[in-house]
Design a protein around this ligand. Structure first.
Ligand code: PLP
Length: 425
């Protein structure tokens, strides 16, 4: 074994050679809840990623809408390293300067007056659902506990969030599940009207559904949900974990829609890969929670808050958001040309900003994953959103040259996809 011993602050540390690992190690050591690609990335810069063999990829996934400022964005590296040399963690017994600055900046930039920090999107939503139930039970009594959400929605993997999420495949075998949950079809105002009642404490919706197929809500739909919640004293929760933080070309999607929620959840791009989530709300609603009602060890620790503040300051700049909208137009134009050239394969491009889906035609239904694999083989990282939608989520700093490169790589991948014989399923 290649070992050496060094003395640091009087403490002996043993330095071992790194454990040799490859993709096969995953199957040997990990709980098998994921099926990662055979490619094992080891380094990233901007929208470029390199694997163990040194092969380069153009990343149009941003880690599922997370690394919106790209990999290893130098100002974030600098901010994180400076904070790492200063203060990592306290506990909830003490607050810290970075988290207070971050909360203040989020409040200044949005409708919110109070913020709760978590480590992930699921935990931000968990806090939102708990807050909604507590708020209703305090104001109106225990009977007002029902939560309405949409089919095909995704809100996280804790038992509560997975139950609120509208995909039964994620709750199978985990019962008994939290009760008083109603699922309605997305973008269907009549269904929302029929489901709403005085026993509802909250209605939660993703303004742009991500996992459910890159599906934007209509403005009329969100306006109708706002009115229904107001009529029935229910809280309107926007899950902006995927579509927030500049992804739609606005800091948060609700700003573009002109419909303000009572609670908004954020995560993913908020930390650009450093785990952090946030639940934003008003002072009146936040005051339902008192000392000890809810909490977490890490939420808003100095490292996470330092990174998130830098991300927020960068993304909220009007010129940054204007460029996201311009890049979106350029990418949509490129994808529309691809669709025109591959009419048999795709039916439409949909989405918002740099959250885009290419929907497969009837004939190619269920084959999105195969196209992603062909794209990876030619050096382009893409995602799916369900079996029928190719999902593109490039970092928001994507250049026009990178859009052109993705265009030609995707065309090559489609050529290879179409050249292969169909394997019977
Ligand atoms: N909400 C939405 C809309 C998401 O897309 C996701 C993750 O994909 C989550 C919540 C859960 O976030 P996390 O994986 O950070 O718990």
């Amino acid at each position: 074994m290649n070992e050496s011993t060094s003395m640091q602050s009087g403490v002996a540390t043993t330095m071992s050679a790194p454990i040799a690992v490859n993709r096969k190690t995953f199957d040997a050591v990990m709980v098998p809840v994921y099926a990662p690609s055979a490619v094992l990335p080891v380094r990233g810069a901007g929208l470029e990623v390199w694997d163990q063999d040194g092969k380069r990829y153009l990343d149009f996934t941003a880690g599922i809408a997370v690394t919106s400022l790209g990999h290893a964005y130098p100002p974030l590296v600098e901010a994180l390293c400076a904070q790492a040399k200063t203060l990592w963690h306290l506990s909830n017994a003490y607050t810290n300067e970075p988290v207070l600055r971050l909360a203040t900046a989020l409040i200044q930039a949005t409708f919110a007056e109070r913020v709760f920090f978590s480590n992930s999107g699921a935990e931000a939503n968990e806090a939102a659902f708990k807050l909604a139930r507590k708020h209703a039970s305090k104001q109106f009594g225990a009977g007002k506990s029902r939560i309405i959400s949409c089919t095909n929605s995704f809100h996280g993997r804790t038992l509560f969030t997975v139950s609120v999420g509208g995909q039964p495949k994620y709750t199978e075998g985990f019962g008994p599940l939290p009760q008083q949950l109603t699922h309605i079809p997305f973008n269907d105002i009549e269904a929302a009207r029929a489901a709403m009642g005085d026993d509802v404490c909250a209605l939660v919706v993703e303004p742009v559904q991500g996992e459910g197929g890159v599906m934007p809500a209509t403005t009329e739909y969100l306006q109708a949900l706002r009115a229904l919640c107001d009529q029935h004293n229910a809280l309107l929760i926007f899950d902006e974990v995927q579509c927030g933080m500049g992804r739609t070309g606005e800091l948060f999607a609700y700003i573009g829609y002109g419909v303000t929620p009572d609670i908004l959840t954020s995560a993913k791009a908020l930390g650009n890969g450093y785990p952090v989530g946030a639940m934003l709300t008003t002072e009146a609603i936040a005051s339902t929670f008192v000392v000890g009602t809810h909490g977490t060890t890490y939420g808003g620790n100095p490292l996470a808050a330092t990174v998130a503040l830098k991300v927020l300051e960068t993304i909220q700049a009007p010129e940054f958001l204007a460029r996201v909208r311009q890049a979106s137009q350029n990418l949509v134009a490129a994808l529309q040309t691809i669709i025109a050239d591959y009419r048999a394969v795709f039916s439409e491009v949909r989405g918002s900003g740099l959250m885009l889906g290419m929907v497969l035609s009837e004939q190619y239904r269920g084959r999105a994953k195969e196209i992603v694999k062909e794209a990876e083989a030619v050096g382009l990282m893409l995602l799916i959103a369900g079996p029928d939608v190719l999902r593109l989520l490039p970092a928001l700093i994507v250049s026009d040259a990178q859009i052109d490169e993705a265009d030609s790589l995707l065309r090559r991948a489609l050529g290879a996809f179409l050249a292969k014989p169909v394997v019977a399923q």
